[in-house]
Design a binder for this molecule. Sequence first.
Ligand SMILES: Nc1nc2c(c(=O)[nH]1)N[C@H]1C(S)=C(S)[C@@H](COP(=O)(O)O)O[C@H]1N2
Ligand SMILES: [Mo]
Length: 316
Amino acid sequence: MLIKRPDDIAPSEITPQALFEGRRGFIKAAGATALVGAALAAGLPRRAWANGKFADLQKSPYSVLEPPNSLRDITTYNNFVEFGFGGKSQPAERAGAMRTHPWTVGIEGLVQKPRTLAIEDVLKIAPLEERIYRLRCVEGWSMVIPWVGFPLNALLKQVEPLGNAKYVEFITQMEPAAMPGLRLPYIDFPYTEGLRLDEAMHPLTIMAVGLYGDALPNQNGAPLRLVVPWKYGFKSGKSIVKIRFTDKQPQTAWNQAQPDEYGFYANVNPDVSHPRWSQEKERRIGEFFKRKTLPFNGYADQVAPLYAGMDLRKFY
Ligand SMILES: Nc1nc2c(c(=O)[nH]1)N[C@H]1C(S)=C(S)[C@@H](COP(=O)(O)O)O[C@H]1N2
Ligand SMILES: [Mo]
C-alpha cells in the first residue's frame, strides 16, 4: 500500500461468466477441459489444497448483481505485502511458495472454549455459500469477487465468547522462507487486523475459503481469509492462523504503521479522504472510467446502524 504504481493490468482474456459456469458444472467435460487449458495458458495459480471445486454452494441474498471481475484480474492484481511491496503482480508470482496445508486456526482469548481447528473442520462449520461482493481498496480501485465462504459468526460461536469480549483480533501467517516481505521494515509482522464484536458477528462478514467456486489461490489468502465488504480491503486479512477475543481495541498492522492514514474502522467513506488518495471515486479493475464510491461500499442499508451516533470523520 506504500508504493503507487500505474494501473497496468490488461483486460482479462477469460470471460468470468464462462469460467464461473464451468466451475459450477454447467458445462460439459469437453468445454471444461478447454477452460482448464485456457486457465493454464493464462498462468493462473494451482489451487493450494482442494483438488476440486466446491459442490452445492448456496446462493446468498447478500450478493451484488454486478458482473464479477475475471479470475485473472482477481488472482493477478493483489495486495499481500508478506510477498513484497513491489507491485500488484508480486503476490501471484511469489505466493505459490507458501505452505497452506496442513493448516490450523486457533480461536482464543475471552472465550469459554478455546479451540484449534484444522482447515478441514473449519469447512464443515456452516454450509458454504457463494457471496459476490465488491472489494474497495483504499488505493482507489475496486473489484467484484465471487467468494466462497460462510458467515464468520458461525465460527466465532464455536468457542462461546465471554460477556466481556468486545473486539476480535485476526492474526495472519508468517512463513519467513516463503515471504520475503517479512524482512522489510514498513509494517510490524505478523499482519494483524481487528473488528468490533458486532462487526465480526454481522452476517455480511465472512470467512472466505474460495473464489469462483474453487479453493482460494495463495495470493488471495489461502486457505482462509476474512472478508468485510463495507470496509477498505486492508481490513480483510489473508491466511489467518489465529483469532483472539479481547476487551480492548486491538492494535492493527496498518494503523500501527501509519496511524494518520489507516484508522481502525476503515469503513468505505467517499467523504473522508485518505491523505494521499481521494476516496470519492474508484476505478473498477478492467474498466476505464471511474465510478463514484458508495458509502459503506454500497452496504449502508445493512451496516450504517452499527455506527449510529459515531462521528465517522473522527473514527475513520
Ligand atoms: N495478510 C495480509 N492480508 C491482506 C493484505 C496483506 O498485505 N497481507 N492486504 C490487504 C489489502 S490492502 C487488500 S486491498 C486485500 C486484497 O485482497 P485480494 O488480493 O484478494 O483482492 O487484502 C488485504 N489483506
Ligand atoms: Mo487495499
